[in-house]
Every structure is written in C-alpha cells, then in structure tokens.
Design a protein around this ligand. Sequence first.
Ligand SMILES: Cc1cc2nc3c(=O)[nH]c(=O)nc-3n(C[C@H](O)[C@H](O)[C@H](O)COP(=O)(O)O)c2cc1C
Length: 169
Amino acid sequence: MDIINIRRSVRKYQDKAIEKEKIELILRAAMQAPSARNQQAWRFLVCTQKNKNFELSEATPNMKFLKNAPLVIVFLTSLCDLTVPNMYCQDLSASVENAMLEAASLKIGSCWCGTYPNKERMENVRNIFSLDDNLEPFAVVGFGYPLEDDAFKFIDRYDENKIINVGEE
Ligand SMILES: Cc1cc2nc3c(=O)[nH]c(=O)nc-3n(C[C@H](O)[C@H](O)[C@H](O)COP(=O)(O)O)c2cc1C
C-alpha cells in the first residue's frame, strides 16, 4: 500500500490547525484497529491547546518537538475495560499505527512518542492532563501539516535477511 511506504515520522509542523473532520477521520481509523477479543480498551485524549502541548514538550525530553504540534493525541488504556489485560500493548499499538497511516493519507505528518512503560513519561502525561486513575497513558502522538516538502518519502527497508522461510520439503 502506498501510504504504508510513504509514512515517515514528521516532527516539524506548519502553524496550521488540523480541520475537525480530519481529526475525526484519524480517530475513526484509530478505533478500527483489531484488539484482543475485541476488547477496545482505549480512549483518546485530543489536545489542540498549544500551551498544553508546550507543557508536554518541556516536561518530557523525548517530546520536545511537540512544542509546535497543532494536534496531540494521547492514546490511553482504559484499565477497567480490559478483558485480556496482557494484550493491550498490541491493541494500542495497532490503534496508533492506524491513526498515523490515516493521517499520512490526509497529508498530515505524525510522530509517535514512546510513553508506556516509562514511569516518568507516563507520570508527566498523567499530571499535565489530570488523568483519572483508570486511564493509563500508552503513547503520545504529535500531528501537523509538515513544514518540509519532502516529509513523505519512500525509504526501502526490505531486507531478505530478516525473513525465515519454512516452505515445502
Ligand atoms: C514505540 C515507538 C516509540 C517512539 N518514540 C519516539 C520518541 O519518543 N521520540 C521521537 O522523536 N520519535 C519516536 N519514535 C519514532 C521513531 O524514531 C521512528 O518511527 C523511527 O526512527 C523510524 O522512522 P519513520 O517513522 O520515519 O519510519 C517512536 C516510534 C515508536 C514505534
């Protein structure tokens, strides 16, 4: 799929708001992800407040680039909805990837900030957004229209050495 090939982590954004209907498309894609036993134990904190995104960038070293992000989505695990607790990282990861691919299809750049299981990062996010105890930050993703023209470009990572073939005898 073309979108998979051209999605790149984009950390420099134009000072331009993302349209409400495009935010909804991104959230719809996030919620279409597969999840273990279809548990869908996710929540999405949508932040377009520049001062909050700036706070995140100041509090957490790996999130510095968020200071100019017009949109941040915090992917949260809803702990009380877990029916297959040991699978939620896979569920949430699928959801993040879906959202980033949808964004790329809309020409919106994005970058994943690893959050779970780093306690300090999770605590920073929890404090900035005053999260309920039931909601655990999994990932923070910055979104924005790219500043650079060549933000979406194909980098071939195909590597035969990473494949183990078990074929016919
Ligand atoms: C679980 C995960 C955590 C990541 N955390 C960060 C991060 O904290 N800060 C950052 O700038 N990029 C982060 N990234 C983005 C990676 O650096 C990026 O995906 C990788 O370099 C490959 O580049 P590409 O996304 O353009 O293909 C993360 C990606 C993943 C999947």
